[in-house]
Design a protein around this ligand. Structure first.
Ligand SMILES: Nc1ncnc2c1ncn2[C@@H]1O[C@H](COP(=O)(O)OP(=O)(O)OP(=O)(O)O)[C@@H](O)[C@H]1O
Length: 305
């Protein structure tokens, strides 16, 4: 089942068409990376999912119920962490979660139990200081705890790691990874390494629509080429290899750095035959040969160029 389905969604601001016929399905239980460059329209899309912005065209369904602009019914299924979460700085974390729990009608007992559990999940249990003294990362973590308070089916996080240092980013990613299976996670980002670390599904928003989407392994298999790194013991050996391969189109687009060469091919098995027989004929013994997995970054750069 899909927790979120977006069908033929379009949105313009004035003359500027930001979202053009966007289709997206977020399967239950997934950790879904919604990727796009700055200004691609990720926040705009999320606001439409939350009923805060009116689409020009298209349909959005959350847990199979239609989202209506200005109405909050489908938001009962959603926990939302905006890119810059706002808090009452004079409160402590537990005071803030208590207030949020009361607003959504939870009993004192439930708030206390859930509050402690969530603060422990996000690594803020036992933190006594007021929110005003928190780091950005701590605020983001508290924001996740707050977004999870009402046990949402879908947690939406808008660029949760973008403003954080590597330690803060890892803490957020670890939390999102921990809750997979119990809560479906959709998070937007332009940091591809974050996506590679925790997501099982991804969609790349480019030019207003999903240019690439699917599971990480599907995308890598469909859109990418493999690369082979060959390291020689000297630059002279590398030059000799190049000369021996001169008649092969395989070296077109290859990269060279010092004693290393990286060769890209969509048919790596075939390419390897040619490379290894050339090495043998030229009596060259590289010090290292390694098959390199395509990175999400190289793949997406290829799609959006
Ligand atoms: N209310 C608005 N009125 C006019 N233009 C808007 C409005 N909201 C967003 N935009 C424009 O729509 C485009 C997409 O913005 P959006 O915030 O959705 O991008 P984003 O992918 O979330 O980017 P970022 O990573 O920078 O937050 C931008 O060009 C932005 O200036």
């Amino acid at each position: 089942m899909n927790v979120l389905s977006i069908c033929n969604l379009s949105k313009s601001f004035g003359e500027q068409k930001i979202i053009k016929n966007l289709n997206l399905s977020v399967p239950e239980g997934s950790v879904f990376g919604f990727i796009g460059q700055n200004g691609a329209g990720k926040t705009t899309t999320m606001k439409m999912v939350l009923g805060l912005l009116q689409p020009d065209e298209g349909e959005i369904r959350v847990c199979n119920e239609p989202v209506r602009f200005g109405q909050t019914k489908t938001n009962q299924y959603i926990g939302y962490l905006p890119d810059v979460p706002e808090f009452y700085n004079y409160m402590t974390a537990i005071q803030y979660l208590t207030l949020c729990g009361e607003i959504v009608g939870l009993s004192k007992k439930i708030i206390s139990q859930k509050g402690q559990r969530l603060l422990s999940l996000v690594g803020l249990d036992g933190v006594e200081k007021r929110i005003g003294g928190y780091s950005r990362g701590m605020k983001q973590r508290l924001g996740i705890a707050q977004a999870l308070l009402a046990d949402p089916k879908l947690l939406i996080c808008d660029e949760p790691t973008s403003a954080l240092d590597p330690v803060g980013r890892k803490e957020i990613l670890d939390i999102l990874y921990k809750i997979r299976g119990t809560t479906t996670v959709l998070f937007s980002t332009h940091i591809l390494s974050d996506v590679e670390r925790i997501c099982d599904h991804v969609a790349l928003l480019n030019d207003g629509y999903i240019a690439v989407g699917g599971t990480l392994s599907e995308i890598k298999a469909l859109h990418s080429h493999d690369s082979l790194l060959i390291e020689f013991s000297s630059e002279a050996d590398l030059q000799q290899f190049k000369a021996s391969m001169a008649k092969q189109p395989l070296l077109i687009g290859s990269e060279e750095k010092g004693r290393e060469m990286i060769i890209h091919s969509r048919e790596m098995k075939k390419a390897q035959h040619t490379i290894f027989s050339t090495l043998a004929e030229a009596d060259l013994a590289p010090v290292k040969v390694a098959l390199m997995e395509p990175s999400l970054e190289s793949l997406f750069l290829e799609v959006i160029k």
